[in-house]
Design a protein around this ligand. Structure first.
Ligand code: F6R
Length: 239
């Protein structure tokens, strides 16, 4: 695991954008795994700017997102579909049919998780997976206790995660209580991983991810077992 410490959120975002940009321009074909949440917001901004300034063609890039809430329509303002459209896809020239997220409004959720896992496999797997980390050590929406051999599945969100995500909704009651997420094995199958960590509320989770014994109680510790993980963390998260 390579740990790169940077001064602040913006420095983290610029370095992350540069890392993804380099991967895009140096690949003949690329499957990017993407994350949502507050952490990568500015990375998407910088990345879109770099891609547009340099008129980079994205027809060789495919994206698969980590997760989506269950029960929100694609056009719900807080759905991850909307997040990705607003913050990234609508700003760059990626073909829309190269971008994929789990369908949280699917009638048959079991069929949907199977479809999504197959889709990732049919794309040839993820080359570079961008991740954030929850205060409780979750990656994707794999909450503490999720089996390490999990594939894409439906998850009941913990109270911590529902409360953490309430800031995006008018009231906590509006936060969906379930999500579809890539599993821990799905994430570990990515050929390389880029984990972004910012802010002092992530300090404990980051420290434990690096130093604690590998355990399903802190899902992110599984990353200690991956061959190619880069962590970009800012001073507040590292202090
Ligand atoms: C988002 C995701 C989550 C977030 C994590 C941190 O797609 O899978 O694991 O990365 O909850 O969220 P923020 O960045 O909002 O602190």
């Amino acid at each position: 695991m390579e740990l790169r410490g940077v001064e602040d959120y913006d420095a983290m975002s610029v370095l992350a954008a540069q890392t993804v940009y380099d991967k895009i321009v140096n690949s003949e074909r690329l499957v990017l795994g993407l994350a949502t949440g507050s952490t990568p917001e500015a990375m998407y901004d910088h990345l879109a700017e770099m891609l547009n300034e340099n008129e980079v063609d994205l027809s060789h890039v495919y994206t698969v997102n980590l997760d989506e809430y269950v029960g929100l329509a694609d056009d719900h303002p807080q759905s991850y579909h909307q997040y990705m459209d607003t913050l990234f896809f609508s700003k760059v020239n990626i073909p829309k049919d190269h971008t994929f997220l789990p369908d949280g409004s699917a009638q048959d959720l079991e069929a949907e998780v199977e479809r999504y896992e197959q889709l990732i496999a049919s794309l040839g797997g993820v080359d570079l997976q961008v991740l954030g980390i929850g205060r409780n050590g979750h990656i994707g929406f794999n909450e503490p206790g999720t089996p390490f051999d999990s594939r894409t599945h439906v998850v009941d969100l913990t109270e911590t995660t529902v409360n953490d995500n309430a800031r995006f909704f008018d009231t906590v009651d509006e936060v969906p209580k379930q999500a579809i997420t890539m599993g821990l094995e799905t994430i570990m199958n990515a050929r390389s991983i880029l984990l972004l960590v910012s802010g002092d509320e992530k300090e404990e989770a980051l420290e434990c991810m690096i130093d604690c014994e590998v355990s399903e109680e802190l899902p992110a510790t599984i990353l200690q077992l991956h061959r190619d993980v880069t962590v970009i963390a800012d001073d507040e998260a590292l202090e």
